[in-house]
Design a binder for this molecule. Structure first.
Ligand code: FMN
Length: 182
């Protein structure tokens, strides 16, 4: 049986390079969200898969914003954000909200959340938040939101993100099949 020291020695064989770090973390499957707000009446939004729940009482959620993001400072200035959980048919929206120098909202239908942020049509759920805190963590900010309103469309299914690719149930099953059969 392997001793504790054997286990930690074998872990040390796996060097934490940036490439290996990205590769390993890509194995944690997530949903995909668009974090939206308004700035001077203009809709702003960015794709984020770092969204997670934090606390039930009070209801808190969080996501991480890169310090290099040009959109997050505009969201921060508004003091609020709306988390739009993308559905399986919204891969194109996910890609678009990660691109710079384009009008991300062009042709996208929206309505207004109770706190005044854009809700994208066709999402699985939306979660409307006031910014509670921002914590610097390495090259990102951990943004904590206090949830003030939310809505779920139970008949819709989510878009997934796994190993750097957008996925729904079928492509993942195919990929696993290819792996196991070599
Ligand atoms: C699937 C996916 C997930 C992403 N998740 C995050 C994230 O959690 N945090 C983040 O800062 N950027 C994330 N990005 C990148 C941003 O969406 C995008 O690069 C960034 O908004 C750059 O534009 P900006 O300068 O307008 O912020 C993600 C992109 C994609 C495609």
């Amino acid at each position: 049986m392997a001793s504790v020291s054997d286990v930690s020695q074998s872990e040390h064989l796996e060097e934490v390079t940036e490439e290996r770090f990205r590769l390993a973390l890509g194995n944690f499957a997530t949903g995909v969200t668009i974090i939206t707000s308004t700035d001077d009446g203009e809709s702003v939004g960015m794709a984020a898969n770092s969204f997670t729940s934090v606390s039930l009482d009070p209801p808190l959620v969080s996501f991480c914003a890169a310090l290099t993001s040009t959109t997050y400072p505009r969201i921060s200035a508004s003091g609020r954000f709306c988390v739009n959980v993308l559905s399986e048919f919204q891969e194109e929206i996910a890609r678009r909200f990660a691109q710079r120098q384009i009008d991300r909202f062009a042709g996208v239908r929206t309505s207004e959340s109770p706190l005044g942020s854009p809700i994208l049509e066709g999402v699985v759920a939306w979660i409307d938040c006031k910014i509670e805190a921002e914590h610097r963590a390495g090259d990102h900010l951990i943004v904590v939101g206090h949830v003030r309103a939310l809505h779920v469309e139970f008949q819709r299914l989510p878009l997934l993100y796994f190993r750097g690719q957008f996925a729904i149930e079928q492509p993942i099953a195919r990929e696993i099949d290819t792996w196991t059969t070599g």
